[in-house]
Design a protein around this ligand. Structure first.
Ligand code: MG
Length: 344
């Protein structure tokens, strides 16, 4: 019995008193970060561990928000500043062991729903480099539902946007960010950090940012370290409303869901059934078109389990038609212009 008491004490101590980044510390989050038109409910205030005793709302837009007994955060639309796209709200939560305060960004949901996800941004027909901020901006101005990008981590733990684990023959994981950021993309842009990339994407609220966490060439521990860095960065920038996550690494996906239970996470590799993904609380599957063609019943199964279906990388008109007909939720493509012309 004594051991159990000591152990519980240690847990409480670890959960409330450690400074710095302690991923076992309870974290506050919202179940949703957007304001949908005609719906005043935003989402529930929750903790990753521990009980909520009371909640207060503060900040510049305090009068526009309300907390209900069941911890639902709602909005009074008439009190929102007209014309603004996002509003910061400060939420303080009292728990039996202390108080947690966090600032969240709530975004008007004007995100486009047309299934078109630009793969590494819109680069092929625009002259922008893949995974550049220019490619992201083109995807936004085309009116894509989402713009996908890939993330690695430098030797000194800075998340960097790039598809391959190397840039110009240099390993990202084994090179310091100072050296990496001296490199230019083919379109003249500096290799973007994830922070700069997200900040660029947050200037609008039409196109979602589909963040792919790449498994590290240094192994699982580095992949998990990158995952933690990325989630911390997204939360620090208050980018939760914009970002959905994807990865080929199942453990990375599960780590995102553990750290950020509100996050929409889809798995890329194609070796799990819809039932397996649903059992692990995934938002969706994001599979190569060959996988979905070989497993004819997975689209139906995923729909019945309320998983979203994303298919990649579909560049052919006839394949696009096939997947539009089967009513998948998203199609990732290097040809967003073509797909847009088909969905409009
Ligand atoms: Mg990718």
């Amino acid at each position: 019995m004594k051991k159990i008491i000591e152990f519980s004490f240690l847990l409480i101590f670890a959960g409330t008193h450690c400074l710095g980044q302690n991923y076992d510390q309870p974290m506050m989050y919202l179940t949703n970060y957007t304001i949908a038109k005609g719906n005043n409910s935003i989402g529930y205030v929750k903790l990753t561990a521990g009980e909520i005793e009371s909640i207060t709302v503060g900040g510049e837009h305090e009068a526009a928000f309300k907390i209900h007994k069941d911890h639902l955060l709602s909005v009074r639309p008439e009190k929102l500043k007209p014309g603004a796209a996002s509003f910061d709200v400060i939420i303080s939560v009292k728990t039996p062991s202390g108080e947690l305060t966090n600032k969240f960004r709530i975004v008007k949901d004007e995100f486009i729903r047309n299934k078109v996800i630009a793969h590494r941004g819109a680069w092929k027909n625009t002259g922008a480099s893949e995974n550049s901020i220019a490619a992201l901006n083109h995807a936004v101005s085309l009116g894509c539902e989402g713009s996908e990008f890939d993330v690695h981590m430098s030797a000194d733990s800075l998340p960097i946007v790039n598809h391959d684990p190397t840039i110009q023959g240099v390993s990202i994981a084994k090179t310091n960010s100072r050296e990496l950021l001296s490199r230019k993309l083919a379109n003249g842009e500096t290799l973007p950090t994830v922070e700069i990339y997200l900040a660029a994407g947050m200037k609008q609220n039409k196109t979602k940012l589909i963040l792919e966490i790449k498994p590290s060439e240094l192994g699982k521990e580095s992949s998990i370290a990158l995952t933690r860095k990325v989630v911390t960065l997204v939360e620090g920038l208050r980018a939760q409303a914009w970002v959905d996550y994807i990865s080929f690494d199942y453990d990375v996906c599960k780590e995102v869901m553990k750290l950020a239970p509100y996050a929409k996470v889809a798995y890329l590799k194609g070796d799990k059934t819809p039932a397996e993904l649903a059992a692990d609380n995934f938002f969706g599957l994001d599979y190569n078109y060959n996988v979905l063609q070989k497993n004819a019943d997975w689209i139906k199964d995923a729909k019945s389990k309320k998983l979203t279906i994303n298919v990649w990388t579909v560049n052919d008109k006839y394949l696009m038609e096939e997947f539009l007909k089967s009513n998948v939720d998203f199609i990732t493509t290097n040809e967003p212009e073509l797909l847009l012309s088909m969905v409009k």
